[in-house]
Design a protein around this ligand. Structure first.
Ligand SMILES: [Zn+2]
Length: 650
């Protein structure tokens, strides 16, 4: 392996280490070859860490596997050389421009197996934009899983619409820049990622360059460069295709996030339904629409993606790696997306939010007219925002907010209460209506300056696309209702003379794909359901394994095994496992002896005089952990995945 191979930024148990070769390979085999796995799983990705500490990334599918590493590129950033391909490289097609329209999605779905109805798209019709970068960044984080499972694009859960995958349909967001600083009245074909939005905003606003970290985690100065980033950490870059450096600079930025809104559906509405969504249409007409949208974080899920947009960093770097994830040391699963409120504390202090950057450049808001007032409205990225609904920091008089909320209450479509999912989705119209009131008051309250930066989430499109499907008439009604709310915002800004000098950005946090709900699929749960010791927070799998150390005495007649938890605890020590059953097996798998580990995790065993140590193996069974089989020299008796999946011995 090349000396330039750059491993995970913060090693902390993520991926498969040598103690997890057996369990990891067994889990991958179950995920790909059980009946459910064969029907539901597209591929399984991991970071494989060798005994010498070097590592490589792997993606395994039934059709083939690919193994790659990450190296510093000569001109900055990373490159991702491929070391090995067996069969068909499952990530070979990374075209971010694939399936650019609703019609293309429908055409691709017709090629699907089994004549399934609906627009279910098989894996050979999707692409995986920026696959090596988006998978590798995840494993930079100590809270990343051992395995991450990409479901078939149509095979996840019980909702007609879903997202989370690496593929282009579930990872594509619309992206529009509109107003001063953005090019006018254009559609462009440009490669864009959601981590590029924050640097592009900073550039348009004229923020100064700073000596921050780039995608490699290294400071500009560390690499011998002048200060050249806009944010404390900046994985993305400026989207020069949308920027108009010659025009006026905007006075403020209004980021409108239409949660879960399909890009292809939005463009379909623009092109096929002339008088629909007039307010979005108006914004788009005075800006630049990216023809192929923009690619989100991986996993393409709400909390990680919103924070990727708000920080310009991948989830593996901003720390909110998934809606829910497991803290190995604490033996605890946390769910920022589940708790919704007060989740800024999960965001890494090593990244900077746009709210914080606006304050760095324009000063802290003093509660009145000095400094920059920033607002996060019903928005999961909150840290540093003066007004932050989801941190319970509300700027504005409560009674005034109630009155404004009542004014537009009648615009909530009554069908949501009857038709949408009981848990959460029925209330999305109410929640978005409250957000609208907050936005209006922030601009009309004479007690303080106008906001300088607003990041405003609309959740109705997501709720409807999940419950009806992304191209269903119900999802269209949700976009119509959201457009009405955007109309109020535009009129409010016009009323206080703030429309013309505001840069608007319209985007979302992930794509949305039609699901075959009859499958009731959930591939990441397969190993746990098949008896493996694992913590599953879909699409993540954390295997619970033991680390084993074997010492054979000099005379070759006795040995000693020490069994500890493979995940270090909060003190950094690996807790010993007491009561693990150690069985010594001969070459014919006959039991030679058994023992149990003591409180220190240690057991002694006898090596019979007529048996060679190299012919013996140990099995270690500990409650709550995956069973290990090892030779006395410590090497694993693990399934050979290359042989088992592709008949490729050695
Ligand atoms: Zn979302």
């Amino acid at each position: 392996m090349s000396a330039a191979n750059v491993g995970p930024e913060r090693p902390g148990g993520q991926g498969l280490d040598p103690n997890q070769e057996e369990s990891g390979n067994r889990a991958i085999l179950q995920l790909l070859t059980t009946d459910e796995g064969a029907a539901w799983t597209d591929f399984v990705a991991t970071l494989r860490v060798a005994a010498d500490g070097t590592s490589a990334y792997e993606a395994w599918a039934r059709r083939g596997m690919v193994r790659w590493v990450r190296e510093y590129a000569p001109d900055g950033g990373y490159e991702y050389p491929v070391l090995e391909v067996l069969g068909q490289n499952p990530l070979a097609n990374q075209d971010p421009f694939a399936l650019p329209t609703y019609e293309a999605e429908l055409a691709a779905s017709e090629a699907g197996p089994n004549d399934r109805p609906g627009s279910f798209i098989p894996h050979d019709a999707v692409t995986y934009p920026y696959a090596y970068e988006r998978l590798s960044q995840l494993f930079d984080n100590p809270n990343a899983p051992d395995l991450v499972v990409n479901a078939e694009a149509f095979a996840f859960g019980l909702s007609p619409g879903q997202h989370g995958n690496l593929d282009v349909v579930q990872s594509r967001s619309p992206l529009i820049f509109s107003g001063p600083g953005a090019k006018h009245g254009r559609r462009v074909a440009a490669m864009a990622r959601q981590i590029d939005i924050a640097p592009t905003i900073a550039h348009i606003m004229g923020f100064p360059f700073i000596d921050g970290r780039d995608v490699t985690g290294r400071m500009c100065s560390e690499q011998g460069f002048e200060p050249g980033v806009y944010l404390k950490r900046q994985d993305g870059h400026v989207l020069t295709e949308v920027v108009d450096d010659a025009g006026e600079r905007p006075e403020r930025v209004y980021l409108l996030l239409l949660d879960g809104q399909s890009h292809t559906e939005l463009v379909h509405r623009l092109e096929s339904d002339e008088h629909s969504i007039p307010n979005l249409r108006r914004l788009i007409s005075r800006g630049t629409l990216l023809e192929h949208g923009s690619i989100t974080n991986f996993p393409s899920i709400t909390w990680p993606s919103h924070n990727a947009i708000g920080t310009g960093c991948w989830g593996g770097h901003h720390d909110i790696v998934n809606p829910s994830y497991y803290l190995r040391a604490e033996r605890e699963t946390v769910s920022p997306q589940g708790q919704q409120f007060d989740t800024a504390r999960f965001l890494s202090p090593e990244v900077e939010t746009l709210f914080e950057a606006f304050h760095r450049v324009y000063g802290e808001w003093d509660g009145a007219f000095a400094g920059a007032l920033t607002a996060s409205i019903i928005e999961p990225c909150t840290r540093g925002a003066d007004h932050a609904t989801l941190e319970r920091r509300i700027v504005g008089d409560k009674q005034a907010l109630i009155e404004l909320t009542h004014e537009t209450q009648h615009e909530i479509n009554p069908r949501w209460k009857d038709e949408l999912e009981d848990f959460g989705h029925r209330m999305m119209g109410e929640i978005d209506n409250r957000g609208l009131a907050q936005a209006r008051l922030l601009f009309t309250d004479p007690a303080h300056a106008k906001p300088k930066f607003i990041y405003h989430e609309f959740s109705q499109p997501d709720a409807a696309a999940h419950d009806y499907g992304p191209h269903h008439e119900g999802a269209r009604a949700a976009l119509d209702e959201t457009d009405t709310r955007i109309g109020h915002i535009l009129r409010t800004l016009e009323g206080v003379d703030c429309f013309e000098d505001t840069l608007f950005i319209i985007t979302t946090d992930h794509g949305m794909a039609d699901q075959d709900v009859s499958l009731e699929a959930n591939p990441a749960r397969i190993p746990e359901r098949n008896g493996m010791a694992a913590v599953t927070t879909e699409p993540f799998i954390y295997l619970r394994d033991v680390a084993i150390e074997i010492e054979v005495a000099h005379d070759g007649r006795t040995g000693r095994v020490t069994v500890v938890d493979n995940d270090a605890g909060t003190t950094g020590e690996w807790p010993p496992i007491a009561g693990a059953q150690v069985t010594v097996l001969d070459a014919k798998h006959h039991t030679v002896s058994t023992a149990h580990t003591d409180a220190g995790g240690t057991a002694g065993f006898v090596i019979p005089a007529d048996v060679r140590a190299r012919d013996l193996a140990l099995s270690v069974v500990a409650a709550g952990f995956n069973t290990r089989h090892v030779r006395l020299d410590g090497t694993n008796l693990a399934v050979d995945l290359r042989e088992a999946l592709y008949g490729n011995a050695g």
